[in-house]
Design a protein around this ligand. Structure first.
Ligand code: PGA
Length: 249
């Protein structure tokens, strides 16, 4: 299984010109990156203007709406993302919860629409600082996974990816320790075994996200046993992302 590197640009950059320049330099820096899958998740409105053809880059959405189409002002559906060339979509990122009050139930609806549209969903799960301080990390992860995957059959989750993203590590420059990341990876496997089966639990790739950079990326793969990384801030610098990819390969 190829390692997966997801670049989440979030609400950056401000202009199409900058987005194209970042994409092109990312492409150039990664043209020899074999053996890894690299997914760029730009703001929606740049998707159709970024040319991923003949490159090592794939496109992904940062989020999706749960209905295909209809009177839902301001939303972008999973079907529309698919049509725009996306292969992946992030679901349940903690910034959706923090700024838009999204719940695990909403993540569940989005998971369903992503799967229906034949996108590969990357379900983000993570503990808040408060949950961590109270020692409730495992309960928090179990609750999120159970609700977000509710009612989903085994054959529906065959393209599922999980990302362990502790909220306190996102954008803070304070990444999770490798030991803790490894413990959480094993715990997420346990959750999947409980909700589905051992076989499924072993087949779902698990990524780490939260202040990943070119210095710490390798340890999450080599020591914590992750199958990839989700990179926010670091992906806005094409050279830094290329160094992360090099470290992960
Ligand atoms: P960060 O973001 O790399 O800037 O911490 C990670 C994320 O989007 O999950």
């Amino acid at each position: 299984m190829k390692k997966l590197i997801i670049a989440n640009w979030k609400c950056n950059p401000t202009t199409l010109k900058e987005a194209k320049a970042l994409f092109e330099s990312t492409k150039a820096n990664l043209k020899n990156a074999k053996g890894v899958e690299i997914v760029i998740c730009p703001p929606f409105l740049y998707l159709l203007n970024l040319n991923a053809k003949n490159s090592r880059l794939k496109l992904g959405g940062q989020d999706c709406f749960w209905e295909n189409k209809g009177a839902y002002t301001g939303e972008i559906s999973a079907a529309q993302l698919k049509d725009a060339g996306c292969q992946y979509v992030l679901v349940g990122h903690s910034e959706r919860e923090k700024y838009f009050s999204e719940t695990d139930e909403i993540a569940n609806q989005k998971m369903r629409s992503a799967i229906k549209a034949k996108l590969k969903p990357v379900l983000c799960l993570g503990d808040s600082l408060e949950e961590r301080e109270k020692g409730n990390v495992q309960q928090a992860l179990f609750r999120q996974a159970e609700k977000a995957l509710k009612g989903m059959k085994k054959d529906e989750i065959k393209n599922l990816f999980l990302a362990y993203e502790p909220v306190w590590a996102i954008g803070t420059g304070k990444p999770c320790s490798v030991g803790e990341a490894q413990t959480m990876r094993l715990y997420l496997r346990k959750i999947l075994a409980k909700l589905y089966s051992m076989k499924i639990s072993e087949s779902v790739p698990i990524l780490y996200g939260g202040s990943v950079n070119s210095k710490n990326a390798k340890t999450y793969i080599a020591e914590a046993g992750m199958q990839g990384v989700l990179v926010g801030g670091g992906s806005l610098d094409a050279k830094e992302l290329a160094d992360i990819v090099r470290a992960v390969r």
